[in-house]
Design a protein around this ligand. Structure first.
Ligand SMILES: Cc1ncc(COP(=O)(O)O)c(C=O)c1O
Length: 444
């Protein structure tokens, strides 16, 4: 082992406690296991205990840990050429840009690479703004999450009172860009108090009304996660997309899909492959690089794009290593991983519905591919959120070697979003452990 790695992995608990004093976190909850290794869908802590990871670590490790193909392609590219200034042409960048436009289809023909999810939305906002000037207001959905950069924090629920109190993002309101929000298509808990059967898509109508009466001038863009992730794993009805497309066309407002959590994870490359409605701009991040930090914006030919005059320039926007990992991921997704995502996603859904028969407190199961949310309620009739129980289920699962995620500003939604390579036998383990955790809390 390398000498520095020896020092790092040889640190005692006392060393760690000392080091922790020097660390400052702006998010996440410390205190979980100290992870030292990963293989497939499993993570291992320093005591050798293993965990099935249903969070894919920030939902990013699409191929799990130590995937041999990603390791190989990354190692080969590191030997060849790792980092290149964005002004120089490289073959991985050309290749990946064309691959993305091949998959995105329609007139989504140009790609700009960047360094992370927040910067990807900021790049999309620049393009939208440039094409709609003098418009300046952006619209997003209630409970959306699009990042914590100063440009995107104002679009994320962490700058609102959605959690019941003002938290992190609200401290920066003087510096962040305020977004206008419209109700999200959250049919299980409609923010407008309506029922899907006869709502007439009132949430989409609110977008139209907002464009007509809620802002000055026109909007610079409307951004939505095709499946709202951090906000509660919310899957809109397909007709919602059609209506939103119509409204954006009527008012010439660029429609931006934040596909940072949906790309591939829903069992298709893009949301329009499932919902049938193409946006004008797509942003990608997280799992797009199979765990390497790379993000992208895909832009319609209808829109003016960037000029190479410092409109959009980042030191690490041309990382060949991330690009070859993203290209290899595409190859593997097409070669069977997307199919697996759909198949085991449906298998998990069936198993969860069996568990729901014993635990009606599992109020709603929202599954699309391996993008799965479980809304916990005190009882199914009142649908009163059960955030304390959700935390206890999550903790019981963790003690039993299953890492679950949490979503929803009110923390009543558990997330099952494992790496897309998860096998059916591993899904059986997930279901067993989840049902044990439910039993531990509801004592059935
Ligand atoms: C849908 C969505 N958009 C944007 C972001 C921000 O990405 P990043 O954390 O890479 O800036 C996230 C991160 O969780 C996300 O889930």
């Amino acid at each position: 082992m390398d000498k520095v790695l020896e020092k790092i992995y040889g640190m005692s608990d006392a060393d760690c406690a000392d080091c922790a004093r020097h660390l400052m976190l702006g998010g996440g909850t410390r205190g979980g296991p100290m992870l030292v290794r990963g293989q497939g869908v499993r993570l291992y802590d320093r005591n050798g205990k293993d965990y099935i990871d249903c969070t894919s670590q920030s939902w990013a490790m699409y191929l799990g840990y130590a995937h041999p193909d990603i390791n190989r392609v990354v190692a080969e590219q590191m030997e060849r050429l790792s980092h290149v200034h964005q002004g120089f042409d490289t073959l991985p960048r050309f290749y990946l840009a064309r691959e993305l436009t091949r998959l995105a289809g329609g007139d989504l023909n140009r790609v700009s690479f960047t360094v992370g999810g927040g910067p990807a939305l900021e790049a999309a906002m620049k393009i939208a703004y440039k094409n709609t000037q003098p418009s300046r207001d952006f619209i997003c959905l209630y409970d959306s999450y699009h990042g914590t950069t100063l440009g995107t924090m104002g679009a994320s629920w962490v700058s609102t009172r959605a959690s019941g109190k003002l938290i992190g993002g609200s401290r920066y309101l003087g510096l962040t860009r305020p977004f206008v929000r419209v109700p999200n298509p959250y049919c299980y808990r409609c923010p407008l108090g309506l029922k899907r059967e006869n709502c007439g898509l009132a949430c989409a109508r609110m977008l139209r009304l907002t464009l007509e009466r809620g802002i000055a001038g026109n909007a610079a863009g409307f951004v939505m996660e095709p499946v709202q992730a951090s906000g509660g794993q919310i899957i809109p009805p397909a007709e919602y997309f059609q209506e939103v497309r119509r409204i954006c066309d009527d008012y010439k407002v660029p429609l931006i899909y934040d596909e940072i959590q949906t790309y591939g994870r829903i069992g298709r490359f893009f949301a329009h492959d499932h919902f049938g409605v193409r946006p004008d701009i797509i942003i990608l991040g997280k799992g797009f690089g199979a765990g390497l930090p790379i993000a992208a914006v895909i832009v319609s030919d209808k829109l003016k794009g960037f000029e190479p005059d410092a409109e959009e320039l980042h030191t690490f926007a041309n990382t060949s290593v991330g690009q070859v990992a993203a290209a290899k991921l595409i190859d593997l997704l097409e070669g069977g991983v997307l199919e697996n995502t759909r198949r085991v996603g449906a298998y998990l859904d069936q198993g969860l519905r069996r568990i729901q028969r014993d635990f009606p407190e599992l109020g709603d199961i929202r599954q699309l591919g391996l993008h799965i949310g479980l809304e916990l309620v005190k009882d199914p009739d009142s649908r009163t959120p059960a955030p304390e129980e959700a935390v206890r289920v999550r903790d019981a699962a963790m003690a039993d070697g299953l890492i679950l995620g949490m979503a929803g500003p009110r923390h009543q939604v558990l997330k099952i979003k494992p790496p897309l390579i998860v096998r059916q036998s591993e899904c059986d383990e997930i279901l067993d452990k989840f049902s044990r955790a439910m039993r531990a809390v509801w004592r059935k």
